[in-house]
Design a protein around this ligand. Structure first.
Ligand code: ADP
Ligand code: SF4
Length: 672
C-alpha cells in the first residue's frame, strides 16, 4: 500500500545541531531492565527499533559515575572504557539502519541508594534516599565541580562510543530536578534560593556538554515545564527560553509520572499537549514529547499544529518497533498498538529485562534471536495444526504459526474470541486491553492459512475427529471459587453456594444479590480492585479485603497503585488491609489479622474470592495418550500468569513447532 500523503511530514528529515534526524520518530530514553549487565541484549533491541524506522533511538538512563547507582533497577553506564565498548555496540546497531543514536546521561542524586557501589548518595541537601533508610551527602562546591567533571567525561565517552545525541537529564526527580525544586533545594549558596540559582547547575552542565561534544553531537535536555509542585509555568518557560541557545532539542514533560507514564486505565493518548504546546514557540528549537501515540493521525496533527517536531515514544515503540515502517508503507492495520498496561515498566522495577504484553519478541532479540516481523518458515507446512482456545495464547500461537506457513485451525468455545482479554477489558478503564485480541484477530481474519471456528467447544473426540496431527491446547484457566491462594493453600471453610461469585462469573454478567459484597484479594494484581470498583459503581456496598498492606500491591510496578487505591477510597469501598479471610458462616466472614492472629467479623451477603486460578487442562490431560504427532499446552492452561506470559508462551510454541530449539543465550561474566 502506498503511504497516505497526510503522513508525509512524519518522514521529513530534520537537522538538530550538527546531525540530521532522518525522520520525526524519536524513541525517547526508556528503561529496559537490561542496563549495563546486558549490553548485547540492549544493542539488539535498540537495533530492531532503528530497523523498524525510529529515526532517533535513545538509550535508557545512563549513569555518569558510581555515585549514581539505582540498583536493584538496572541502568546503563558510561563510567569507563569497558562501558564505552558496550555502549558502542548499541550505537553501532542503531547506525546500521541509518538512525541516530542518543544517550541520556544520568545522575540520580539523593534518589540513588547506591546499594551496589556503596558510595554515599549525593544531593543538594542531605535527604532520604528512595526506599532506603539512609541519606545523601549535602554537596559542597567541590562536589559540584566534581559532578560537572564526571558529566563532561561521560559526554566525551559517549562521543567515543559514537553517539549522535547527548541528553542533559533534568527531570523525573533525579539530581538536577532536586536542584531545581525549591522544596528540596534549601541551599543558601548560589546553587539555591531563587530559580536562577537553583537552575545554575543545569545551565552549567549544558555549557560543559556543549563545549565538550557540541561539535559532533546534538544536545538534548529532558526537563519538566512545571515545578515539582505543579506551579511555575511562566518561570520555567522563561528558563527554557534562556537556555535555548545551548540546546538543540527540548524533550519536555510534566512532573507527574502517573500522567506521563500513565496506564490506559487512567490516561489516554496525548495527555501532555496542553502543558507543553508553548515550548516550540518559546524556544524556537525542536521539541519532542511523549503521549503514548499510536495513531498516525494524532502524530501528524502534532506536527501540523506545531506542537511537536518529533513524535516521542517509549511504549508505542516497545509494542511495535516497526510502527514507523508500517505508517511509511501504508500498513495501518498491522500497527500493534500499545495497550497501556505498563508491564514493560514493571520489569525494570523487578530488576529484570523488559517484556511487553503486545510484543512477545521484546527483550528476546538477542537471547532468543526473535524478530518482531520475521519468523523462520516451516519446512513441513502440509500438516495442519489445531489450536484449541482463542485467548491471547491461542491467538498468538495461531498467528505466528500461520506466518511460518502452517495451516491453522483455531477453535474457540465462545462466540467471541479473546478469552480473558475479552473479560478483563470489561473492567473499569481497561477497554484498550482488548487491543491484544483485536490486533491478532484483524490479522487472522484476512489470513488464508487460518480457519477460525468460534462457538466450538472441543471435546477430546472432536479434536481427534479433525485429524489434525498437531494440537496446541490453549484452554486457559478459571478463577477458583474456594478461596485457595497464597494464604490458604486449601479451600477456605464456607466458600460455596450461590452467594460466592468468581471474577469469571461477574465478568460474564452474573451479579451478587443486592447488598454487601466482600471482594477478597489474595492475588495482588488488578482484578480484585477492578471488580470492587465495578461493583461499587453499580451501587453495591463493597468491602475490599487483602492480607497485603496495600490495595493491588503488584500495581506499584505498573504505576497504578496509588491511583487505584485512591479510586476505591473515593468510591466508598471499605478497605481492610493486612487481614485474610479465614472462614465464612452465612453472611458472617471471619477475618484474621496477618500479624497478631486476632479475629474479627465482617458481614457480607456475597463474597468474590480473587485468590488464584485453576488451569483448564482437562483436554490436554485427555489427549496425552492420543495418537498425535505433537501435543502442547500453552498459556494459562499451563501456568496461569500475566497476559504477557500467555502471549509469550503462544509465540514461543509457534516458533518451536517442528523446529530445533536451543536455550536462550545468557549474558554473564565467565571467569577466565
Ligand atoms: P490464555 O491466556 O492462556 O490464552 P484464556 O483463558 O484467555 O487463556 O483463553 C482460553 C480460551 O480457551 C477461552 O476463550 C475459552 O473459552 C477457550 N476454551 C477453553 N476450553 C475450550 C475447549 N475445550 N474448546 C474450545 N475453546 C476452549
Ligand atoms: Fe504498552 Fe503494555 Fe507493551 Fe508496555 S507492556 S509497551 S504498556 S502493551
Amino acid at each position: 500500500m502506498p503511504r497516505d500523503p497526510r503522513f508525509d511530514p512524519l518522514f521529513e528529515p530534520l537537522k538538530i545541531g550538527p546531525v540530521t534526524a532522518p525522520n520525526r520518530f524519536w524513541q525517547v530514553p526508556h528503561c529496559t531492565g537490561m542496563g549495563n549487565q546486558h549490553p548485547a541484549s540492549l544493542a539488539a533491541m535498540r537495533g530492531v527499533k532503528a530497523e523498524g524506522g525510529w529515526g532517533v533511538v535513545n538509550s535508557e538512563y545512563c549513569s555518569i559515575h558510581p555515585t549514581s547507582d539505582d540498583t536493584t533497577a538496572p541502568y546503563a553506564s558510561l563510567w569507563d572504557e569497558g562501558d564505552i565498548r558496550n555502549m558502542a555496540r548499541m550505537a553501532e546497531a542503531v547506525h546500521a539502519h541509518g538512525a541516530l543514536a542518543g544517550v541520556e546521561l544520568w545522575h540520580g542524586g539523593a534518589r540513588s541508594g547506591n546499594v551496589l557501589s556503596r558510595e554515599a548518595p549525593l544531593g543538594p541537601e542531605s535527604m532520604m534516599a528512595e526506599n532506603q533508610p539512609w541519606q545523601s551527602q549535602r554537596m559542597d562546591r567541590q562536589d559540584i565541580a566534581q559532578l560537572r567533571e564526571w558529566h563532561r567525561l561521560a559526554a566525551l565517552r559517549a562521543k567515543v562510543a559514537d553517539f549522535d545525541v547527548v541528553y542533559v537529564y533534568a527531570a523525573h526527580t533525579y539530581l538536577l530536578a532536586q536542584f531545581l525544586d525549591s522544596a528540596q533545594n534549601l541551599r543558601s549558596d548560589n546553587y539555591g534560593g531563587d530559580f536562577l540559582n537553583r537552575s545554575r547547575l543545569v545551565r552549567e552542565l549544558l555549557e560543559d556538554t556543549r563545549i565538550a561534544v557540541g561539535d559532533r553531537m546534538a544536545l538534548a535536555i529532558r526537563i519538566e515545564v512545571l515545578h515539582e509542585d505543579g506551579s511555575g509555568a511562566e518561570e520555567r518557560a522563561r528558563f527554557l527560553q534562556d537556555i535555548a541557545p545551548l540546546v538543540d532539542v527540548f524533550d519536555v514533560t510534566i512532573p507527574d509520572y502517573g500522567v506521563e507514564m500513565g496506564p490506559s486505565r487512567f490516561v489516554k493518548e496525548a495527555p501532555l499537549e496542553a502543558h507543553i504546546a508553548h515550548v516550540r514557540a518559546t524556544t524556537g528549537k525542536s521539541v519532542v514529547s511523549v503521549g503514548r501515540f499510536t495513531s498516525p493521525e494524532t502524530m501528524a496533527s502534532q506536527l501540523s499544529r506545531g506542537v511537536l517536531d518529533f513524535i516521542g515514544a517509549a511504549r508505542p515503540s516497545i509494542a511495535d518497533p516497526f510502527l514507523p515502517s508500517k505508517i511509511a508503507e501504508g500498513r495501518m492495520d498491522e500497527i500493534r498498538e500499545c495497550i497501556g498496561c505498563n508491564i514493560c515498566y514493571a520489569h525494570d522495577g523487578l530488576g529484570a529485562p523488559i517484556r511487553c504484553t503486545q510484543n512477545p519478541t521484546m527483550g528476546e532479540e538477542y537471547r532468543s534471536g526473535w524478530h518482531p516481523e520475521r519468523t523462520p518458515a516451516l519446512k513441513k507446512t502440509s500438516e495442519p495444526v489445531l489450536v484449541v482456545g482463542g485467548g491471547p495464547a491461542g491467538l498468538e500461537a495461531a498467528l505466528t504459526l500461520s506466518r511460518r506457513g502452517a495451516t491453522v485451525l483455531l477453535a474457540e468455545a465462545d462466540a467471541e474470541f479473546g478469552g480473558r482479554v475479552t473479560l478483563e477489558s470489561r473492567l473499569p478503564g481497561l477497554s484498550e486491553w482488548a487491543r491484544v485480541r483485536d490486533w491478532r484477530l484483524t490479522q487472522l481474519r484476512t489470513d488464508p492459512n487460518v480457519s477460525l471456528y468460534p462457538n466450538s467447544h472441543m471435546t477430546p473426540d472432536e479434536v481427534l475427529a479433525t485429524e489434525a496431527p498437531h494440537v496446541i491446547v490453549a484452554t486457559g484457566s478459571h478463577w477458583r471459587s474456594d478461596g485457595r491462594g497464597r494464604h490458604a493453600p486449601s479451600a477456605i471453610l464456607g466458600l460455596s453456594g450461590h452467594t460466592v461469585l468468581t471474577p469469571d462469573q461477574i465478568l460474564t454478567g452474573r451479579r451478587p444479590d443486592v447488598g454487601s459484597v466482600l471482594v477478597y484479594d489474595d492475588e495482588g494484581y488488578h482484578m480484585a480492585a477492578g471488580l470492587a470498583e465495578l461493583l461499587a459503581d453499580e451501587g453495591y456496598d463493597v468491602t475490599y479485603l487483602t492480607p497485603a498492606a496495600l490495595v493491588a500491591p503488584f500495581t506499584s510496578y505498573t504505576v497504578e497503585q496509588s491511583r487505584l487505591q485512591a479510586r476505591l477510597i473515593e468510591k466508598n469501598v471499605r478497605i481492610l488491609a493486612n487481614q485474610y479471610l479465614s472462614r465464612r458462616e452465612g453472611s458472617t466472614c471471619t477475618v484474621t489479622c496477618a500479624f497478631t492472629g486476632n479475629e474479627t467479623s465482617v458481614a457480607a451477603a456475597s463474597v468474590v474470592p480473587v485468590t488464584s486460578r485453576e488451569p483448564s487442562e482437562s483436554l490436554w490431560q485427555a489427549l496425552k495418550a492420543a495418537p498425535l504427532s505433537t501435543l502442547r499446552r500453552i498459556g494459562d492452561a499451563r501456568a496461569p500468569g500475566l497476559i504477557a506470559h500467555a502471549v509469550h508462551d503462544g509465540h514461543r510454541a509457534a516458533r518451536e513447532h517442528l523446529s530445533p530449539t536451543s536455550a536462550p543465550l545468557r549474558e554473564r561474566v565467565i571467569l577466565a
